[in-house]
Design a protein around this ligand. Structure first.
Ligand SMILES: [Zn+2]
Length: 286
């Protein structure tokens, strides 16, 4: 199936009141797992590659894999660059992304707006959709088991800035900061539903929730009812896969081989993504 437009996919999701999952992939197994999960659920899906994951695999190689898998998929697939710098956004456009996410959330408002606007101009000329972030969803890093966590300051999205940002940049989807956190610790976040409602009342643009991994199932359902149409979900899937593999390796009496891990990682990744797709309500919406 040809790649689909992020904007069209999310506008359809808005009308049908579900959210489309955006899952980060960083190897062939995870990419195949996400596509197979979407196919088995007859769901559209967003295959995302974060610039930060270039330390595991170069972007050009991963985009080649994602494009090939997406073309063969029987459900609508978006190939998205997730959290990209200006330079990475330009590279992703060259490499066949159908959507890019420019992350200027750490910049002052005016600079974020101006750089996002430039990205949108270039991307739209090529028929590529753009997601941007207003406010800042913080990132928690480190090893929580050793008490080594480190988190930057969140900046909640200011509803008063939303209209100007959306109109002047021309973005197709907007990531907002309403209490979720990226990363490893997966503490239950306090979602600011009042803020979500205020933002929803100001703009019709599809809204994106990042840092989905610690969010409870009930809060996800409420977020979707109140206007979130794209959910970024990765850290918890990653933890689920690795912890399950650890358990299997410890239980087995016979020798373990690399190919065992390759096979399990794909099966486990698929299982968890399918569960999330069902929760987000996009099953049978392909
Ligand atoms: Zn994110």
């Amino acid at each position: 199936m040809p790649l689909v437009s992020l904007k069209k996919l999310l506008i359809k999701a808005q009308k049908e009141q579900h959210a489309v999952g955006s899952f980060n992939v960083l190897d062939v197994q995870s990419a195949r797992a996400v596509i197979q999960a979407a196919e088995e659920e007859h769901s559209p899906v967003i295959l995302a590659f974060g610039e930060g994951h270039e330390r595991f695999i170069p972007m050009d190689l991963m985009f080649t894999i994602m494009r090939k898998l997406a073309r063969k998929a029987t459900v609508p697939v978006v190939i998205l660059l997730d959290h990209g710098s200006f330079e990475a956004n330009l590279r992703a456009m060259d490499l066949g992304a159908s959507a890019v996410m420019y992350d200027g959330s750490a910049l002052p408002f005016e600079m974020n707006l101006e750089t996002t606007r430039k990205i949108v101009e270039k991307a739209h000329a090529l028929g590529i959709d753009v997601e941007a972030e207003l406010g800042h969803v913080s990132m928690e890093e480190g090893n929580p088991d050793k008490g080594e966590t480190d988190m930057d300051e969140p900046i909640y999205t200011d509803p008063a800035l939303v209209r100007e940002f959306v109109e002047k940049t021309g973005v197709d989807a907007l990531a907002i900061s309403i209490g979720t956190v990226h990363g490893v610790c997966l503490k239950k976040p306090e979602i600011d539903f009042q803020r979500l409602k205020k933002i929803r009342d100001i703009t019709d643009i599809p809204l994106v929730l990042h840092g989905g991994s610690g969010v409870s199932d009930d809060d996800f359902k409420r977020c979707i009812r109140e206007g979130i149409t794209k959910i970024n979900y990765f850290s918890e899937v990653s933890l689920f896969v690795a912890e399950n593999i650890k358990e299997r390796l410890q239980k087995r009496m016979e020798k373990n081989y690399y190919q065992d891990i390759v096979k399990w990682s794909q099966e486990l990744f698929k299982e968890r993504v399918k569960d999330r797709i069902r929760l987000f309500g996009s099953s049978n919406k392909a």
